[in-house]
Ligand binder design. Structure first.
Ligand SMILES: Cc1cc2nc3c(=O)[nH]c(=O)nc-3n(C[C@H](O)[C@H](O)[C@H](O)COP(=O)(O)OP(=O)(O)OC[C@H]3O[C@@H](n4cnc5c(N)ncnc54)[C@H](O)[C@@H]3O)c2cc1C
Length: 314
């Protein structure tokens, strides 16, 4: 079967691109390597979202669920647990190769978000040994932190929001290597008015324990402080894997896909949107991913259908 459009990634960007594609009646397949919903479903489903326009407050899991239902109700075909491995040229068309087979399409939108990145590691002694045994790179289920001492490492929105999520039912401490947080002021204010402890200009240098994490050693200036910890949640960004980008045959910069203002990549018929793309001023937010997705979908439509009113992308 030949699809009009295949969207790789079913996060906010991919799902929105699908919704827009269906308003143009494009025969659309969305593929995701895991479950649909992107970071909202897999990283922080219980977190409150307070900056999605029109919704004063919602939970990430509920918002991603609505996006999935919307895309399905518009007629997008959705396949989960199918990782895309590459895009090949197939005559006039493109062929998306996945773990499960191949799909022919006229155009592709890459909406792979953080899929190409690995969480950045602390480089602390014991970190690798205790990965999954108390060391996490995404928020563990809230219940598992009940009554526990949890160290959150990082100073951006993600680290602080995860600490805020946990602070009601655990002893949370944020360790940040600088003297100021880089998170939004509103989030920093909530941290300071919560029961979360903060340790600035500090670094976790060692993680200790027998079978699981039992304590961490924190370097603060010249001092080394050992404190009890049941879990360490690391949120210090992502390490780009530029070589992974070669699989899509598109130009990349610093591990992110280069796009123009039409969300066109350097490859004919391949568009991109969301956290995976780079341009001056890029801001990794849900609403930005959705906005870019609308543009990418419109550009794909113009490429596929060549309507009389549009300049062509061929
Ligand atoms: C802790 C945290 C809190 C946040 N809070 C907010 C907030 O309050 N408000 C806000 O606006 N933003 C927030 N963000 C940012 C927001 O989550 C992202 O900007 C948004 O998820 C980007 O959407 P996306 O669709 O581009 O990527 P993603 O959400 O990362 O989705 C990409 C999808 O592509 C799939 N994928 C990747 N590679 C492949 C492949 N090869 N084949 C098939 N599928 C693939 C992945 O499985 C994933 O489902 C937060 C981020 C974090 C980490």
């Amino acid at each position: 079967m030949l699809f009009d459009l295949i969207i790789i990634g079913a996060g906010p960007a991919g799902l929105t691109a699908g919704i827009y594609a269906r308003t143009r009646k494009l025969n659309t397949l969305i593929i995701d390597a895991t479950v649909p919903g992107g970071q909202l479903a897999s990283l922080y489903p219980e977190k409150a979202i307070e900056n999605y326009p029109g919704l004063v407050q919602t939970e990430a899991g509920a918002l991603s669920g609505n996006l999935v239902n919307h895309a399905k109700s518009m007629g997008c075909e959705l396949r989960e647990h199918e990782r895309a491995l590459g895009i090949e040229n197939a005559g006039d068309h493109l062929r998306v190769r996945t773990e499960k087979g191949t799909h022919e399409t006229k155009a592709v939108i890459l909406a792979i978000g953080m899929g190409l990145f690995k969480p950045r590691k602390l480089g602390a002694k014991g970190e690798t040994e205790f990965e999954g045994k108390g060391v996490y790179y995404k928020m563990p289920e809230k219940e598992t932190l009940l009554g526990k001492d949890v160290i959150f490492v990082g100073g951006g929105n993600s680290a602080l929001e995860m600490a805020l999520l946990a602070c009601d039912n655990s002893g949370a401490c944020v360790v940040h290597r600088r003297d100021l947080f880089r998170a939004d002021e509103a989030i920093v204010e909530r941290v300071h008015s919560s029961n979360i402890e903060t340790m600035m200009t500090s670094e976790v240098v060692e993680i200790r324990g027998k079978d699981r994490v039992e304590s961490v050693v924190i370097k603060q200036g010249d001092k080394l402080i050992e404190r009890k910890a049941d879990a360490v949640v690391v949120n210090i960004g992502t390490a780009n894997e530029p070589e992974d980008m070669t699989r899509w045959g598109v130009e990349a910069e610093g591990g992110l896909i280069k796009v123009d203002t039409d969300m066109c990549t350097s490859r004919k018929g391949v568009f991109a949107c969301g956290d995976a793309v780079a341009y001056r001023g890029k801001y990794k937010q849900i609403v930005v991913a959705c906005g870019e997705a609308a543009i990418a979908s419109n550009s794909a439509y113009k490429f596929i259908k060549e309507p009389y009113w549009a300049e062509t992308h061929k």
